[in-house]
Design a binder for this molecule. Sequence first.
Ligand code: SF4
Length: 187
Amino acid sequence: MSQTSLLLERLGALIQQSVRDDATRHGLQPIHIQVLHYLVRANRYSDLPIAIAEYFGITRGTVSQTLAVLERRGLLTKEPDARHGKRVHLKLTRAGESVLSESWVERVEQALCERDVEATALESTLRNLLAAMQRVNGQRAFGLCRQCAHFLTEENGARCGLTNEPLATEQTVRICREWAAVTEECV
Ligand code: SF4
C-alpha cells in the first residue's frame, strides 16, 4: 500500500470518527449528519430522496427512515415541486442548519487554513482521484454546477443546458446529480 493510500485511509477514519462525535452531540446517527451536510450543498435537481440514495449508495428504505427522523426532529422540511406532481424538495430548517455549525467540516477547513495548504491544487488532485474511484464503482460524480459540461453563461446569468432552465447564482455553486464532466469535445 502506498503512503497516499495509507494517508487517505487515516483521514477517512478520522473524519468518520468526527461525524460520529457530531452525531452523538446532537443525539443523532452519523447518516443523519451526513444527509444534512449533503442537503445544504445540493442544488434543486439533487435535494431529492432518490439523489440521497445515489450519493450515499444506500437503499430508498434507509433514506425514508433517515428523512422521517430528521423531519420529526424539526431539522428538515419537505416542499412540493410546483411543476412535478409527486416530487418533494428537502430543505434544512434553521434548527437543521444549526446542527451543522461547529461540525467536522469547519474543523477540516480550519486545519487547512492554519497550514496554509494550496487549496486549489489539493482540491483538483482530490477531485481527479474521486472521479477515477467513482468511475470504477459506477457512481454518479455529483460535481459542482459551475464546472459542468451543461453549464451555460448568459448575458443575464446562467442556464442549465440539460434542462434549459435558468440557474440562480446560489444554485451554480451547489452539487448536482446530473453533473457531467467537461470533455475535449465540449471545449
Ligand atoms: S448545468 Fe449541469 S450541474 Fe448545473 S444544473 Fe445543469 S446538469 Fe446540473
